[in-house]
Design a protein around this ligand. Structure first.
Ligand code: ATP
Ligand code: MG
Length: 239
């Protein structure tokens, strides 16, 4: 479905991504793991067309995404929930979530898509009339993911969905990710903490300083000392 092949990205003369090759198949959950500054967000921004790539290929169902505008990429069926959950302060929670059905009217009926988003995060039903400015970090994250879902994407990009959230809310988001997966949508999730990776992940890619140092299953990653040193710290790798 999504394929990146040898993608290189330069920012202000520095090589930030140096040959990223990865793929996400239909209905797969794939994690891109790496420390702060490794290049996870840059990878997502390149997929979404916010950033021009220097060389390489990015395709989605055979479409060349590098030749498309961000709105066309979204309309082709890729939803994106950025690291800093974008919630419009002047809109209610319900309006924030419905927004994607206005921008992508094609596909399944809006009501069906909206209902599906609330099934993923049932808690949101309690806040429908609340303003976007009056939400906690966890609520903002749910709204951001729910909005990406009402686009009716075949693939969802989640950039560090657990980052900065309180321990109490993390399981709620994790359950949401599990039900998105159960709907048969592909998910590419960026994560810096190996403990946040669901154990049912199909494949992980480990990014270090703009280069892929590993691709394989989570079990294989746990057996690789070099990989664990990067994504779980020295202490754990030694134990
Ligand atoms: N607009 C920019 N201008 C200059 N440097 C940038 C810009 N965006 C990203 N970078 C640099 O590119 C590198 C990769 O950043 P990126 O945000 O992709 O990392 P990340 O893996 O998402 O990190 P984090 O876990 O902190 O979100 C970093 O060294 C960062 O400083
Ligand atoms: Mg990031």
């Amino acid at each position: 479905m999504l394929n990146l092949s040898n993608v290189k990205v330069d920012i202000q003369g520095s090589r930030i991504l140096n040959g990223i090759t990865l793929s996400v198949g239909a209905g797969e959950l794939v994690c891109l793991v790496g420390r702060n500054g490794a290049g996870k967000t840059t990878t997502f921004r390149s997929i979404m067309g916010y950033r021009k790539i220097k060389s390489g290929e990015i395709t989605f169902d055979g479409l060349d995404l590098t030749a498309m505008q961000t709105w066309q990429i979204a309309q082709s069926g890729i939803g994106f929930s950025p690291e800093e959950s974008e919630v419009y302060a002047d809109l209610t929670v319900a309006e924030n979530i419905e927004l994607s059905t206005w921008t992508r009217p094609k596909g399944r009926p809006a009501e069906q898509r909206i209902e599906e988003a609330y099934q993923v995060f049932p808690k949101l039903r309690q806040y429908l009339a609340r303003g976007g400015a009056e939400l906690s970090g966890g609520e903002r994250k749910m709204v951001s993911i729910a909005r990406a879902l009402t686009l009716d994407p075949q693939l969802l990009l989640l950039d560090e969905p657990f980052e900065g959230l309180s321990p109490a809310i993390i399981p709620v988001i994790a359950e949401g990710v599990a039900s998105i997966r159960a709907m048969g949508k592909g998910v590419l999730m960026a994560e810096s903490n190996v403990h946040h990776i669901p154990d049912y992940v199909d494949r992980i890619y480990v990014l270090e300083r703009g280069e892929l140092m590993f691709s394989g299953t989570l079990t294989e990653a746990h057996r690789d000392r070099d990989v664990m040193r990067v994504i779980a710290g020295e202490v754990e790798a030694a134990s």
